[in-house]
Design a protein around this ligand. Structure first.
Ligand code: UGA
Length: 441
């Protein structure tokens, strides 16, 4: 099938590469000429396991092309995916200007029946607005070309994006247009083997399904963070509690890890946007508000522990920081808990020596003029001359470090662990002052 994809961010690039991988002829369009040029030279703008290989393979095979030429790209595709960003507005609502601009572009250049697919995470009602934008432009052109707008939200996780796309748990398709449903069924058939993973529904339900999934996951995390704070105060161990409740299949073991608060480009933005949608229709989303409040508080938790350990006097202190990305296996720093922590430490006059296996370049880009930050090439280098170690991302390489070396290198054996990587009893036995989340230490 001939496919066009607008937007070469996480979702667009992964969708394009994976659809090409199963034999489709894909053109990815972006307004960012620099990005398109880099992609055409085999440079992948994000770190995502497995992505470089399939982009390169399919690009070389001619099944995956990158362009800024929207007119020829629209002409190419039987299916047109909209996978551009929906950044939060000042009030937290999703900003739809890029989505609607793409709808207009598609309608400006299309000549035959076209299936327009909303892949970006967009508020309920967006497909209707995209339909209106397309219809308006077609009327202005004085042409009557049939089209359908379908909602097909993406559920991939950063760090596992290619695998999630190639082996989806479900493919949600919202449409009441039979022809469009057939086109998407055919497009997704290579990913829909063994048992049917396609879930079809009306457009609005599909749009809400995406927010519902992320809001549910964010709720689980905030719930566990709240319980961790209670566990802390009543002398219980949240890790034991986690195993205890996770064994109930109705609760499950997934997404109940307490930590330094959720980050990333999705949960914070989507919980907020769903809340704004609710308010716009006259419903005060008490639970969603609480999920956000708890997360916001949690993001300040490790800093509070540090401040209390040093009696509020952090001026001149130097902290080794392991982990900058919002989670392991990505270089994404959006809404990362490490950022809140570093900014709070700098405001108190402390220095940070940070290491991350993949996010150093991105951190450098964000904080290029920050004199209180030193980026280190190894985890060990970050420890040199530091007063204590702080862990903010649970990369596997941090799980079993040389504790003797940490002890010898730090000015004092103190670790603040925002991800509960180590056993508090072992740490105490080794002589560490070990701060973690919701565990007696
Ligand atoms: C999330 C969803 O998991 C995907 O299903 C969804 O498609 C995606 O958003 C999206 O809307 O595009 P992602 O943001 O890549 O994916 O990251 P997650 O793995 O969900 O982690 C989000 C945050 O929650 C991270 O900061 C992580 O550290 C935190 N987290 C996760 C916890 O604190 N505890 C947990 O138990 C799990």
């Amino acid at each position: 099938m001939r496919v066009t994809i607008f937007g070469t961010g996480y979702v667009g690039l992964v969708t394009g590469a994976c659809l090409a991988e199963v034999g489709n002829d894909v053109i990815c369009v972006d307004v960012d000429a620099d990005k398109i040029e880099r992609l055409n030279h085999g440079e992948i703008p994000i770190y995502e396991p497995g992505l470089e290989m399939i982009v390169t393979r399919n690009h070389q095979a001619g099944r995956l092309q990158f362009t800024t030429d929207a007119a020829s790209a629209v002409d190419h595709g039987e299916v047109q995916f909209i996978a551009v960003g929906t950044p939060p507005d000042e009030d937290g609502s999703a900003d739809l200007q890029y989505v609607l601009a793409v709808a207009d572009t598609i309608a400006t250049h299309m000549n035959d029946y076209t299936v327009v697919v909303d892949k970006s995470t967009v508020p309920v009602g967006t497909a209707d607005r995209v339909s209106q934008a397309v219809a308006q432009r077609l009327t202005a052109r004085g042409v009557d070309i049939p089209f359908a707008v379908v909602s097909n939200p993406e559920f991939l996780k950063e760090g596992a994006a290619v695998e999630d796309f190639m082996k989806p748990e479900r493919v949600v398709i919202g449409s009441d247009d039979e022809q469009a449903l057939e086109v998407l069924r055919a497009l997704y058939s290579p990913f829909n083997r063994n048992h049917d993973r396609l879930i079809t529904m009306d457009v609005r339900s599909a749009e809400l399904t995406k927010y519902a999934a992320n809001a549910m996951l964010a709720t689980k995390i905030s719930f566990m963070n709240e319980l961790a704070n209670i566990a802390d105060r009543v002398g219980a161990d949240i890790e034991r509690v986690r195993v205890g409740i996770g064994s109930d299949p109705r609760i499950g073991y997934h997404f109940i890890y307490p930590g330094a608060g959720y980050g990333g480009s999705c949960f914070p933005k989507d919980v907020q946007a769903l809340g704004r949608t609710a308010q716009q229709v006259g419903y005060e989303p008490a639970l969603l508000n609480a999920v956000e409040t708890v997360n916001d508080r949690q993001k300040g938790y490790v800093f509070e522990q540090i401040q209390s350990h040093y009696n509020g006097n952090l001026k001149g202190c130097c902290f080794a920081l392991w982990g900058l990305a919002f989670k392991p296996n990505t270089d994404d720093m959006r809404e990362a808990a490490s950022r809140r922590l570093m900014e709070a430490l700098w405001a108190e006059g402390a220095q940070v020596q940070a290491f991350d296996p993949k996010a150093l370049e991105e951190t450098q880009r964000i904080y290029k003029d920050q004199s209180q930050l030193t980026l280190c090439e190894t985890a060990e280098a970050a420890l040199e001359g530091a007063d204590a170690l702080v862990i903010m991302t649970e990369w596997n390489v941090f799980r079993s470090p040389d504790f003797g070396h940490i002890q010898d290198t730090l000015a004092a054996p103190v670790i603040f662990d925002g991800r509960n990587l180590y056993d508090p009893v072992d740490m105490a036995e080794m002589g560490f002052r070990y701060y973690c989340i919701g565990r007696p230490s």
